[in-house]
Every structure is written in structure tokens, then in C-alpha cells.
Write a protein that binds this ligand. Structure first.
Ligand SMILES: [Ca+2]
Ligand SMILES: [Ca+2]
Ligand SMILES: [Ca+2]
Ligand SMILES: [Ca+2]
Length: 398
């Protein structure tokens, strides 16, 4: 009798184990890598002498089609849009509402949409040719904010989330964000991800509903919401509001999803402008749990850094976090500061900064010539603040 009960117990245990969805910690095969794991947890070569048409925020590199050669995927904004909205005209037309409203109408023309740059890279990570790729039904995104690589459908080719905030001037009308899903070797199809236009500024992937398929998180900055789109794995995405309290608001520009406190549940880094009069957001890590429900009552707040309150990115190494910041008022978007914190002692931090450089868009874990880990930018334009980490301190590379 005893052994029968025992067998029964084993059987029940077996059933419950097989029915338990894979946790974030268990899903470590190549195809279930999250966007953070793809972009930040493996070392990457810095691009050499690349003529930049795409914004450094809008470049991703990897062997996306599994042919052993690295590809470069970038998005560049159209000349028409750039000339209309940026440069000195931003100052001279500052109070001309008609000008800006007229721009919203003009931006609906397909000639204002951004363009893909698809290249191949040689062994030295210099561009050596065109990545011949067919992209079906690209419905112009005027101002893309980020490209996020992840496996979102069931084949072995990389897919991408294209996050767009749209026309970047008053009245900030917003636009759709998209998914670019592989349909075969070097073939992609682009579809709308979002069901309404918004000022979507960043995104990341993780498995929110624990079904083993990566889902998508977007920051919708002006609506002050975090949006989760559940992925059915066959190209359908549905907005689900249950992962965050709908009473909470976050004016987040930047996000990453990673397991900061190593409990096996993913956490959400959200950041924006720390010291603005309206809509200031302390840099926050929302801590996860087994249901991936997030709330303001379970979080880590990163200490702010005066004068560098615009927070752009994060990377983690062992027990250390490195937070990428640029200038806030009165030196908006001037220079870069990296803030180093130890996860178990978050109130203390150290910094390195370079006031002269263009701000660092995204921080990567770079290939290093010695055994010490190296972090910094993917492109030369941001080379001013790459650093080696000796296990205790950041050592800037001159
Ligand atoms: Ca390739
Ligand atoms: Ca795919
Ligand atoms: Ca999922
Ligand atoms: Ca965690």
C-alpha cells in the first residue's frame, strides 16, 4: 500500500512538473533568449569605420540568417523629415504652431518614412556589402526609436520589434510600432504591433504569460503606460493590461528586462527624465514574481545624479549595474555619465563621465583583448566612454 501511494505521489509530481510552464530561468535555449540577453549578455565586436546613416540607437548587429556572416540592420530617418523638424529650424519656428501642425500632415506622405540599411560585415566588423533582404509591406514609420531583436515566430531566423514614437515635435501625434517577422531565408514581413498610435519610445522582450513564447513590452511615454503584447507565436499579438496596475503611471522613455536580483524572475528597468518639472520619473527597477505582475510597492529606486537626469540604458555584470545617463537641464543631451552601483548596496555609487562626447545611445558588452570585461558603444561615434571593469572600478579607455 505504502509503495502504491508513493508511486501515485511520484506520478502526480511528474504531472505537475510537466504542466509547469518553463520559467524565465529555465528558458535558456538560443530561441528563447530575451532582447536583453541578445543585446547585452554576450560580447559583441565594435563596428569599425562604419559610415553612419542610421542613428546609433537604431543599429543592431548579429548573424540574423544563420549563414555564419554577421549582418547589420539599421533604420535612417528621411531627409524630408529631418530637415523639417531638426536643426536650427527648431529654434526659429519654436512658437509657430501652424508650422508644426502642418508638419504632422506632411509626415503622412510615404516619402517621410524611415529607410532600412541592410549590410553585411567582414571579420573585422567593417561593412563589406549589402545584405540582400526582401522586406514586405513596410508601412512607414516616420521616427523609429529602437530596433529590438528576438525570436518571435517559430522558425530559426531572427525577428525584430520596431518601436516608433513618430513626429518628434508638437503636438507629438505618435505613430504605430511594428513587428518584422521572418518568412524565410532573408525574407521579412512587417505588420503593425500596436492597435493604436502612441509615443512608443522603447521596448524589450520577455515571456510574460509563462507559455515559453517571448512577449513584447513597450513604453508609451506620453500616455505614461507600459504596454504588454502577448505573442501567440504565429504572428498575432494582443495587448494585455493585467501585468501592471492601470492606476499607476510611468513616464518612461527607456526600458530593459533582466533579472537584477537573481531570483529567477525577470525585473523591469524603466527610466526617463529624473528632474523635470512635469512627469519626472525616478529611475526604477520593478521587481518580478512568478506571475510577472509588477507594482510600485515592489521596486528598487536608483539614486539620481544631479545634472545627468536623462537616463538611457542599463547593463548588468555580476552584482553590478551600469546606468547610462546624459545631461538634463541646463545641459540637455550633453555628454555621458556612467553610474556604477552594487545591487546589494544600492545607495552608494561611483561615476565616470565625458562631458564632451555625443551621448551614448546604448551600452554593450564589448569583445576585449584581455580577460577583463569591457563595456561601451557599438559605434565609433560614441567611443569617448568605453571602459574596462576590473571587478571593483570602471577604468575609462582613452
Ligand atoms: Ca548572417
Ligand atoms: Ca523568426
Ligand atoms: Ca509568452
Ligand atoms: Ca528578479
Amino acid at each position: 500500500m505504502k509503495s502504491k501511494i508513493f508511486t501515485y505521489f511520484i506520478f502526480i509530481k511528474f504531472i505537475s512538473l510537466t504542466l509547469t510552464p518553463l520559467s524565465y530561468a529555465d528558458t535558456n535555449s538560443e530561441k528563447s533568449l530575451t532582447s536583453y540577453q541578445i543585446l547585452k549578455s554576450q560580447t559583441i565586436n565594435k563596428l569599425k569605420k562604419v559610415p553612419l546613416h542610421s542613428d546609433p540607437r537604431l543599429i543592431v548587429v548579429g548573424d540574423f540568417n544563420n549563414d555564419g556572416i554577421h549582418e547589420y540592420l539599421g533604420l535612417s530617418k528621411s531627409k524630408k523629415y529631418t530637415n523639417y523638424v531638426f536643426g536650427s529650424i527648431r529654434v526659429t519656428k519654436k512658437n509657430d504652431l501652424n508650422y508644426w501642425n502642418n508638419g504632422v500632415e506632411l509626415s503622412k506622405d510615404p516619402s517621410w518614412s524611415s529607410n532600412f540599411e541592410t549590410k553585411t560585415l567582414d571579420k573585422n566588423f567593417s561593412i563589406n556589402g549589402i545584405w540582400d533582404v526582401s522586406i514586405e509591406s513596410y508601412k512607414g514609420c516616420v521616427h523609429p526609436a529602437q530596433i529590438v531583436p528576438s525570436h518571435l515566430n517559430k522558425d530559426d531566423f531572427m525577428d525584430f520589434v520596431i518601436i516608433c514614437h513618430g513626429y518628434d515635435a508638437k503636438p507629438f501625434p505618435g505613430e504605430h510600432s511594428y513587428v518584422m517577422l521572418s518568412t524565410g531565408f532573408n525574407k521579412y514581413k512587417i505588420d503593425k504591433l500596436t492597435n493604436k498610435i502612441g509615443f512608443y519610445h522603447d521596448g524589450a522582450t520577455a515571456d510574460f504569460n509563462n507559455d515559453g513564447i517571448l512577449d513584447i513590452l513597450l513604453t508609451e511615454t506620453n500616455a505614461e503606460k507600459l504596454r504588454v503584447f502577448i505573442n501567440d507565436g504565429n504572428g498575432k499579438f494582443s495587448l494585455k493590461n493585467s501585468y501592471f496596475s492601470q492606476f499607476d503611471s510611468w513616464r518612461a522613455f527607456s526600458t530593459e528586462i533582466l533579472d537584477v536580483n537573481k531570483d529567477g524572475f525577470f525585473d523591469i528597468f524603466i527610466a526617463g527624465h529624473e528632474d523635470e518639472k512635469y512627469g519626472a520619473l525616478p529611475t526604477t527597477i520593478l521587481l518580478g514574481n512568478k506571475n510577472n505582475k509588477f507594482s510600485k510597492s515592489n521596486k528598487i529606486t536608483i539614486p539620481s545624479v544631479k545634472g545627468f537626469g536623462v537616463v538611457l540604458d542599463i547593463i548588468k555584470h555580476n552584482n553590478f549595474l551600469f546606468i547610462v545617463r546624459t545631461g538634463s537641464k541646463p545641459n540637455f543631451y550633453k555628454g555621458t555619465l556612467i553610474q556604477q552601483l552594487e545591487i546589494n548596496n544600492i545607495s552608494k555609487y561611483s561615476v565616470i563621465k565625458n562631458k564632451k562626447m555625443r551621448w551614448l545611445d546604448r551600452i554593450f558588452y564589448l569583445k576585449s583583448s584581455n580577460s577583463l570585461p569591457k563595456f561601451g558603444s557599438l559605434t565609433e561615434i560614441n567611443k569617448g566612454i568605453d571602459f574596462i571593469f576590473d571587478g571593483k572600478d570602471m577604468k575609462p579607455i582613452k
